[in-house]
Design a protein around this ligand. Structure first.
Ligand code: NAD
Ligand code: USQ
Length: 400
């Protein structure tokens, strides 16, 4: 396959590009480097040092002989997106290129506007470019389990059979996202569904849970092939954060009661799920949805697991929850589609957590304890907000 990986410089995009390249596919990556700009804006950095994208690509070629193509640009630039699709003529577009932090999207008006512009406009440009270049291209789009929220009924995979006033239909599952970031994914899903219906595009929306882990078979081959590992309060995800906190003796920051339950998966399963979706494309006109996670845990369960496995004593602290979310709720989400297509999950294990402790220990001197406590609150002091122009420039202005 010719595979275009949008967001190929990111935490998941880079290992995905390597995974497809290792499997013998012809891979091109696209990125605007905006994620590295967010680091500079927030004064944070990946715990694991990461090479530049050209260095990573050169290292991959030196190690394996395989060539990965590169296009640097912003998906918000419609002409750029179309020109890349026309040049590469991919069979599959894997779209991971979005602002992906919920806390970042909740910092203030400017960050909320930036997140939705960057994500919704970028995806719209991808949809138009596919329709204009070759409508048979399979779009694989990363959505999020957070699109559904935490309803008091079972969560299905994208669709719900509803009987109302004696009539029955299968309708998109109701979405109750919990941040402007998660809402950007809901808006994307609606736009993609519409393009499948109206233009006959074929798309797979992968509603992914929270990812943990830092290594895949390919990133382990050389330090310059490593992917990023975030632990700060804005971009770090919960299990990766707890592991870093345990290593430096910081109390594990459970927000509120810790009963918040989410779907989780190992980064190794993320890249495999993308491969499975690509190998089994959606039909023309089909908007296919998979819930991409392997196990559910509450935040408190994860904290207790990390505390139990760490050699020295670790304290769990219930900090005031900066988010507006239920911290005790029902959670039962279907995730059968990818299993049916052959996913063999890697469940969370003591060995994985212990190996993550070792990775973090190796880079311990790069940990900045000042970025651990939460910055943004879901209910800010609205009167004290700065106008959006002052808060953050537009996506295009950030690229460079
Ligand atoms: P990331 O921020 O590490 O990577 C995203 C990459 O996309 C970055 O390199 C960034 O520079 C690039 N990008 C962003 N906007 C762009 C634009 N307009 N044009 C070009 N490039 C752009 O994020 P990630 O953790 O690798 O996540 C990848 C995708 O998976 C995202 O869509 C995210 O919402 C989704 N997801 C992530 C997780 C997780 O736990 N990390 C869980 C569920 C879903
Ligand atoms: N949490 C804590 N303590 C922390 C950090 C987080 O208790 O120190 C809690 C949060 O309140 C939340 C849960 O852990 O209830 C998950 O938070 P997170 O920051 O790990 O994940 P989230 O904000 O949901 O976002 C991450 C990715 C996002 C992806 C999403 C998948 O950043 O890109 O879409 O996971 S999902 O959660 O399924 O929507």
């Amino acid at each position: 396959m010719r595979v275009l990986v949008l967001g190929g410089d990111g935490y998941l995009g880079w290992p995905a590009a390597l995974h497809f390249s290792a499997a013998g596919h012809d891979v091109t990556v696209v990125d605007s480097y905006i994620r590295r700009r967010y680091d500079r804006e927030l004064g944070t950095d990946s715990l694991v040092p990461i090479a530049t994208l050209p260095e990573r690509i050169a290292r991959w070629q030196a190690v394996t002989g395989a060539v990965i193509g590169l296009a640097v640009g912003d998906l918000n630039d419609a002409a750029f997106v179309t020109s890349v699709l026309e040049r590469v003529r991919p069979d599959t577009v894997i779209h991971l290129a979005e602002q992906r932090s919920a806390p970042y999207s909740m910092m203030d008006q400017g960050h909320a506007v930036h997140t939705q512009l960057n994500n919704v406009v970028g995806t719209l440009n991808v949809l138009w470019a596919i329709a204009q270049t070759d409508p048979t291209i399979h779009l694989i789009k990363l959505g999020t389990m957070g699109e559904y929220g935490t309803p008091n009924i079972d969560i299905e995979e994208g669709w719900l059979r509803v009987t109302h006033n004696g009539r029955t239909d299968v309708l998109p599952y109701p979405k109750q996202a919990g941040s402007f970031y998660h809402l950007s994914k809901v808006h994307d899903s609606h736009n993609i569904l519409f393009c499948c219906r109206a233009w006959g595009l074929r798309a797979t929306d992968l509603n992914q849970g929270v990812v943990y882990g830092a290594e895949t078979a390919q990133t382990r081959l050389h330090p310059e092939l490593a992917t990023r590992f975030d632990y700060d309060a804005v971009f770090g995800t919960v299990l990766n954060r707890f592991i870093v906190q345990a290593v430096i003796g910081h109390a594990l920051t459970v927000y509120g009661a810790g009963g918040q339950t989410r779907g989780f998966l190992d980064i190794v399963d993320t890249v495999r799920c993308l491969e499975i979706a690509a190998e089994h494309p959606a039909e023309p006109g089909e908007f296919r949805v998979f819930n991409q996670f392997t196990e559910s845990f509450s935040v408190l369960e994860l904290a207790e697991l990390v505390a139990a496995l760490h050699k020295s004593r670790v304290r769990i602290e219930h900090v005031d929850n900066p988010r507006i979310e239920m911290d005790q709720h029902y959670y039962n989400a279907a995730h059968d589609g990818l299993l049916r297509l052959g996913l063999e999950p890697h469940p969370l294990s003591a060995a994985l957590v212990e190996s993550a402790f070792e990775t973090v220990q190796r880079h311990r001197n790069r940990i900045d304890p000042r970025v651990i406590l939460p910055l943004s609150r879901w209910k800010p002091n609205l009167a004290a907000q700065e106008p959006p122009e002052a808060a953050i420039p537009s996506g295009a202005a950030l690229v460079g």
